[in-house]
Design a protein around this ligand. Structure first.
Ligand SMILES: [Cu+2]
Length: 121
């Protein structure tokens, strides 16, 4: 038996309606998630460098640094707002950036090691 044209039209209309509903739901969810960064970005210290050297986060983000070198390193804000102890291999340091700004930091033991955290809404 062949299906009637009317039945086909109805089925397509229903599918299109469902798709429209799903797409609207998805775009609604996407619209609710406007935060451009992940919750706890992590920066690795490896081969005497911060990786990534530059990141952008929203205010209130906790950033974690982990030392993957065999050499001790520190995280020191250029403006002295935060300073870690000398971190041994696999030690972690966390700092939460509360307000907007550009926060340069460096390793006090190797001042050529620099990085920057941009905090933007
Ligand atoms: Cu260092």
């Amino acid at each position: 038996m062949t299906t009637s044209p009317n039945y086909n039209a109805g089925a397509h209309g229903g599918l299109a309606g469902l798709l429209t509903f799903v797409l609207a739901t998805l775009s609604g969810l996407a619209g609710a998630v406007e935060t451009p960064s992940i919750d706890t970005p992590s920066i690795e210290i490896t081969k005497f460098a911060f990786a990534p050297k530059e990141i952008t986060v929203v205010p209130g983000t906790k950033v974690t640094w982990t030392n993957r070198d065999e050499t001790p390193h520190t995280i020191s804000a250029a403006d002295k707002t935060f300073l870690s102890k000398a971190m041994d291999t696999d030690d972690r340091y966390e700092y939460t950036f509360a307000s907007e700004g550009d926060f340069s930091y460096f390793c006090t033991l190797h001042p050529f090691m620099t990085g920057i955290v941009h905090v933007r809404k």
